[in-house]
Design a protein around this ligand. Structure first.
Ligand code: ADP
Ligand code: MG
Length: 348
């Protein structure tokens, strides 16, 4: 794999995407049925003319969640939702999930049932069947790995790679809320650790807490696309922050982008709390992550289909690769977009 067997490359030097890139160099596709392998939100498989979408996402205790403040039921819901979100990102319809659990003896049957109740609630909500999985003892903590399977209509699967110059860049919902929810939960946890007698002060923050603890996959947007005859040219879900996902779309499409800071959809509460925490709301949207909204590009001529929709915001347009990826700030200057998305290997 790596040329010099004696050398040692730290994963932190590569980052998550660098590592995936390194690994993918050694992967070749053998089966004609594998239409798309590594590099998008889902793999795309062709089985007898039917297009299947396949994705997997893992949640690890201590990395992705902290049971000090994440209720197990919410965690179960989120584990399903984040996988369904990747099916949405391909313009697909989710159908089944497989659930693999690594559980330490710290957990009781009742606790695992609580986790499962959240998973089943999400399965109900998204119309998917929990069709199997795997269970193992774990030395430490809880691991949840979910695989989701969905279907895509012929000619309507949307990849990261289809953006064209002048296409509009759109996002669903609002951004940065999940990150602010996390900041709030982390703050209350440290207050509690300093003084266990102090009750958590989370009142009035339901929206951002829900964005963090119980995110939704935007299956409703996929239905809306179908109903209105909207077909994005490219799409990705926003799991790592707008900046990182914009760069993925532009890179995969061989294009650049120009987005406008003033257009970023930010919920009022997100902005308020960000300011209280001394954070820039724009940075929360760009680098926060876990919003699970959809970022997509749309030909100009489809603008009429979305222009009055309160759930969809146009934030900019696709440019040539040579122009780079830029944000026009509120002050009118141009700032280059860099990936500061959530990256497990870089997080201290
Ligand atoms: P997403 O955020 O949409 O879940 P990721 O950034 O996790 O996507 O992954 C990007 C691409 O790399 C996907 O196509 C995914 O299947 C692939 N990938 C991630 N980890 C691995 C791995 N360990 N081996 C092979 N492919 C991987
Ligand atoms: Mg994704």
């Amino acid at each position: 794999m790596l040329e010099n067997k004696n050398s040692r490359t730290e994963l932190s030097a590569l980052g998550e995407f660098g590592l995936i890139h390194e690994l993918s160099k050694h992967v070749t596709i053998k089966n004609q049925s594998t239409l798309k392998g590594i590099g998008d939100d889902c793999a795309v498989l062709d089985h007898g003319g039917k297009k299947l979408l396949l994705t997997t996402d893992m949640l690890l205790e201590g990395i992705h969640f902290d049971l000090a403040y994440v209720p197990l039921k919410h965690l179960g819901y989120k584990a399903i939702a984040v996988n369904v979100s990747d099916i949405c990102a391909m313009n697909g319809t989710p159908a089944q999930v497989l659930v693999a659990l690594g559980i330490s003896n710290r957990f009781s049957l009742e606790a695992v049932e609580e986790l499962y109740s959240g998973m089943l609630l999400a399965c109900e909500k998204y119309g998917v069947d929990l069709a199997g999985g795997d269970t193992s003892a774990s030395r430490s903590g809880l691991t949840i790995a979910v695989t989701a399977i969905g279907t895509g209509e012929e000619g309507k699967i949307v990849y990261r790679s289809g953006a064209c110059e002048t296409d509009l860049i759109c996002v669903t919902g609002d951004l940065g809320g999940a990150y602010m929810g996390l900041q709030l939960l982390e703050r209350e946890k440290s207050v509690f650790l300093d003084n266990p007698k102090v009750q958590p002060d989370l009142d009035g923050n339901d929206y951002i807490l829900e964005r963090q603890l119980k995110p939704e996959a935007r299956t409703d947007m996929i239905t809306l696309f179908r109903e209105r005859g909207i077909l994005p040219t490219s799409m990705i879900d926003i799991s790592d922050g707008l900046a990182s996902e914009l760069l993925h779309l532009c890179h995969a499409s061989g294009k650049g982008c120009q987005v406008y800071e003033e257009k970023f959809p930010l919920d009022h509460l997100t902005s308020e709390r960000a300011k209280e925490f001394g954070l820039d709301p724009t940075l929360c949207a760009l680098s926060g992550g876990e919003d699970y909204e959809l970022l997509f590009t749309l030909p100009l001529k489809q603008f009429d289909f979305i222009k009055n929709d309160p759930n969809i915001t146009v934030i900019g347009h696709v440019t040539s690769q040579e122009s780079g990826c830029n944000m026009v700030t509120r002050g009118g200057s141009l700032a280059e977009i860099t990936a500061q998305g959530w990256d497990a290997f870089l997080r201290k």
